[in-house]
Design a protein around this ligand. Structure first.
Ligand SMILES: Cc1cc2nc3c(=O)[nH]c(=O)nc-3n(C[C@H](O)[C@H](O)[C@H](O)COP(=O)(O)OP(=O)(O)OC[C@H]3O[C@@H](n4cnc5c(N)ncnc54)[C@H](O)[C@@H]3O)c2cc1C
Length: 370
């Protein structure tokens, strides 16, 4: 039997960042079903930090996370966690009011520039002429998920914490003041506190532990990569997003990537791209830009998992001792991970509350029981 103070189920960004933060206070063990960390959602994202995602609460968590990305702790090994990439939200004439409303909301979080048609096309020459309005945040960050996952892992291990990869939790039991997890590989792990950071599988983990699920809904999103037109200066391109949730694209390893921002309800699984959404990505790219998607170089899909009110669930369950929810990070789990990990550290490790603009009640899973 492997014993620790805190057992974390899930080696994605949620589980690893919480584990790294808590390793200051306690002996931590992380169980990850796959052989490598970040195999599911955390390794399949668009890796962007921007404020057009989510609502006020998500933006506040993102803003509170920025200092961590700008100046990572020394224990992360001095590796940058991302690079500056401008964010451009663009609109046609008929979408102008939507852009105005978004600008008013985002202005509290980022320094925005309002762009006319010339400004939009100077920042992103690939957009069609009908992109006549824009707001730009020159301070966006294209995150490096590998550096982020490995930095957290490095911090965890340097403080004596352990990752057990290839250990899928199969049975969970509360007995004698501790949770005991039996894995498919036949090993047993035990701790008085269990953190459920199993991403799309978090409700499944709750059922195994006889805890009431939260009603999480995983939603599939698709990304394709393809060549940019010859002569495109990829280094200067922004992350460009339609004001509505239709399309985003950005440079990606010498090519372009694009997503039709699909949200297809799915069971928890190893998500695979569907031909319809792949075709939709190419169609919307050609509809909104001058790019011809001649050949799709690669494609992938991942799950974004939401609670019923679209806010993450972070806190102890009301119906089980020592069972801590860390789920529902939707499409913003990377960019909010430092602030959310600090919140976990506060709620479990007794540290001061780190994000004054967000309350513990707003994140508590208990709010979803009302
Ligand atoms: C296409 C796409 C674009 C996105 N773009 C962005 C973006 O631009 N910015 C941003 O911030 N976020 C983005 N996201 C969202 C972000 O990727 C997620 O919010 C985040 O990765 C969720 O992290 P997680 O650790 O909760 O989940 P995961 O990374 O899925 O980790 C959960 C882990 O739990 C493990 N697990 C499950 N069951 C068990 C078990 N029984 N035993 C042991 N382990 C188990 C799984 O194997 C998995 O590794 C995007 C997501 C997608 C799919």
């Amino acid at each position: 039997m492997n014993t620790s103070d805190i057992l974390v189920i899930g080696g994605g960004i949620a589980g690893l960042s919480a584990a790294a933060a808590l390793s200051n206070h306690a002996r931590i063990a992380v169980l990850e079903a796959e052989d490598q960390v970040g195999y599911h959602s955390s390794g399949r994202s668009a890796t962007m930090l921007h404020y057009a995602l989510g609502d006020r609460l998500v933006r506040a968590l993102t803003l509170a996370s920025r200092p961590f990305f700008d100046d990572p702790p020394a224990s992360f090994g001095g590796v940058p966690l991302g690079r500056r990439m401008p964010v451009l939200i663009h609109a046609r004439d008929d979408e102008r009011e939507e852009l105005d409303a978004l600008q008013a909301e985002l202005a509290q979080f980022a320094q925005l520039e309002r762009l006319d048609s010339a400004g939009v096309h100077e920042l992103c020459p690939l957009l069609r002429e009908d992109a006549t309005h824009g707001i730009a945040d020159r301070n966006g960050i294209r995150l490096d998920p590998h550096a982020l996952l490995q930095g957290n892992l490095r911090q965890l291990r340097s403080r004596g914490g352990e990752l057990h990869a290839g250990q899928r939790a199969a049975a969970i039991e509360w007995a004698g003041g501790a949770w005991t997890v039996a894995t498919e590989a036949g090993e047993h792990f035990s701790a008085p506190i269990l953190i459920n950071a199993a991403g799309s599988w978090a409700d499944k983990i709750a059922r195994l532990a006889d805890v009431e699920p939260l009603g999480l809904q995983p939603k599939r999103r698709t990304i394709i990569t393809f060549d940019a037109p010859v002569g495109t200066n990829l280094d200067s391109l922004p992350f460009a997003k339609t004001v509505g949730d239709e399309l985003y694209f950005a440079p990606e390893s010498g090519r372009l990537f694009a997503s039709p921002m699909d949200e297809i309800a799915s069971d928890p699984c190893d998500a695979q791209p569907d031909e319809l959404e792949v075709a939709l990505a190419a169609y919307r790219m050609e509809e909104r830009t001058i790019v011809k998607v001649e050949r799709i170089h690669s494609r992938w899909a991942g799950l974004r998992t939401f609670t019923p009110d679209l806010h993450p669930a972070v806190g102890f369950a009301g119906d089980a001792v020592g069972f801590f929810w860390l789920a529902g990070q939707g499409g913003f789990g990377l960019q909010t991970s430092p602030a959310v990990a600090a919140i976990v550290e506060s709620l479990i490790g007794g540290r001061p509350w780190p994000v004054p603009d967000v309350t513990a009640d707003a994140l508590s899973p208990l709010r979803l029981r009302a």
